[in-house]
Design a protein around this ligand. Structure first.
Ligand code: SF4
Ligand code: SF4
Length: 167
């Protein structure tokens, strides 16, 4: 998805993951060094792809991430406890500058710092409109915290269809 299609957060009413599983198909999920180490320690090296100095999660049948599992008509990630940052952030994109232009509706101040937040409209859970209270007060701050590395826990930004709870 090209950045020009991104929606500034101020034009989004709400977002919730409906566990359609589409974001786990066809993408190469890059792993940071600590993520790569954790995945390799638990599942071995056969679940990883190596290329050009980067490590990715392997894709399997139908180009799906090999950690995706069909569950009661939905698609659930079986890597919940150690889900990579790239997956946690989707469909959010957090930048330090506007992608389009100043005043494009993406700027938000959090903990004294400006962020430029957009959502990828390819996600079925993105609903356009005036930001809801929940979206503004809970979802957005949690995503920014995850992006900053302040937290790894997802209370408001994970699918309600997932039964896994953080330890
Ligand atoms: S984040 Fe969006 S695209 Fe991915 S599974 Fe959830 S609803 Fe579907
Ligand atoms: S790790 Fe989980 S969320 Fe990320 S692509 Fe694989 S199944 Fe999807």
């Amino acid at each position: 998805m090209e950045d020009k299609a991104l929606i500034p957060w101020s034009e989004v009413s709400s977002w919730s993951c409906v566990a359609c599983g589409n974001c786990c198909v066809g993408y190469s999920v890059p792993l940071k060094a600590d993520e790569y180490a954790r995945v390799a320690q638990r599942y071995g090296f056969n679940v990883l792809d190596f290329g050009l100095g980067k490590v990715y999660l392997k894709r399997g049948q139908n180009n799906r991430c090999i950690f995706q599992r069909p569950t009661m008509g939905r698609w659930i990630c079986s890597l919940q406890g150690i889900k990579p940052l790239a997956c946690k952030l989707f469909p959010f994109r957090i930048h330090s500058k506007p992608v389009y232009s100043k005043g494009d509706g993406s700027t938000i101040k959090y903990m004294g710092k400006n962020f430029n937040v957009y959502l990828d409209p390819a996600c079925k859970g993105v609903i356009s409109g005036k930001p809801s209270t929940r979206f503004y007060n809970q979802v957005l701050p949690e995503m920014i915290q995850i992006g900053m590395g302040v937290t790894t826990k997802q209370r408001f930004t994970t699918s309600k269809y997932i039964s896994w709870k953080p330890p």
